[in-house]
Design a binder for this molecule. Structure first.
Ligand code: 2YJ
Length: 271
């Protein structure tokens, strides 16, 4: 599991407006709209939650300790969705105590193994691995709809690259949705263990729609991709080489924390 770094999250402190603008251009939705679509929330419900809910982020020192700007970046993401979010001045259990004292309704916190949102009013949690998988599936779905050839391609199978923690959450969700997909994993045993392993006669370049859940940087180049590929990936660091980013342009969505966090908030607020 990749440990995030300050360098990766710090840009969120000032960059969320730009982030939301680019996401909207590429998918038709900003983060708040993505949350709404994912959980079928009504406008009224979201507006009410924005007024009623206080989000508290608790820094956690356990294990490898605090990542500079991590808690602040979560507050910036949630804030960009129109919710009020505050970072606790205390850490760990003392921070949870502080959050309850401040009447926070939803708590966000992460140690080295798990990044979690907890809705203290509803006995409800959201795990980042599941939320990230779901969020990126919704993002790819929206990108499909944005394509002019939507009708023709909506049934194209999706290629899922990487069948680790997040990739296997994604294939479970795709199974539930009845979406056709194949799994490519560079570990042949992991690939063979998936429900729909990529057949030998197919390669990444044969797929128009790609969900990439790997976490190694700079390995996926333009010559491995179909010319009209649509690509969505939460993998940090980003798999795409410079020429792949150029080829994909606005047909690519990738980030370090934002989509997973937005969907965690939605899941914490869902029934
Ligand atoms: O509070 C802090 O600043 C730190 N305890 C944050 C730790 C963040 N955790 C990670 O980056 C882990 N790799 C877990 C992330 C899970 C994402 N699926």
């Amino acid at each position: 599991m990749t440990r995030l770094t300050t360098e990766w999250v710090e840009p969120m402190l000032t960059g969320m407006e730009d982030y939301n603008r680019v996401l909207k251009f590429r998918t038709g939705m900003n983060l708040c709209e993505l949350m709404k679509r994912t959980f079928n929330f009504s406008c009224e419900y979201v507006d009410r939650m924005k007024k009623e809910i206080r989000v508290g982020v608790v820094p956690v020192t356990q294990g490898e300790g605090i990542i500079g700007c991590f808690s602040e970046s979560i507050a910036a993401i949630v804030g960009s969705m129109g919710f009020s979010a505050e970072v606790m001045t205390h850490t760990d259990v003392d921070g949870i105590y502080e959050a309850y004292g401040r009447n926070c309704d939803v708590l966000f916190m992460a140690d080295d193994d798990r990044y979690l949102a907890v809705n203290t009013n509803r006995h409800k949690t959201s795990d980042n691995n599941y939320a990230t998988a779901l969020g990126y599936i919704k993002v790819l779905e929206a990108m499909k709809e944005m394509g002019k050839d939507y009708e023709k391609n909506i049934k194209c199978p999706v290629l899922v690259i990487g069948h680790g923690l997040v990739g296997s959450e994604a294939t479970e969700i795709l199974d539930e949705m009845g979406t056709e997909y194949y799994v490519y994993d560079r570990n042949p045993e992991v690939q063979a263990g998936a429900k729909h392993p990529l057949p030998e006669n197919l390669a990444i370049a044969d797929f128009k729609y790609i969900l990439d859940f790997t976490n190694e940087g700079d390995w996926l180049s333009a010559d491995q991709l179909a010319e009209d590929a649509c690509y969505a990936s939460p993998g940090v660091p980003c798999s795409l080489t410079e020429d792949a980013r150029e080829l994909l342009g606005d047909r690519a969505v990738y980030d370090n924390l934002e989509i997973g966090t937005a969907v965690m908030l939605g899941e914490a607020l869902s029934e």
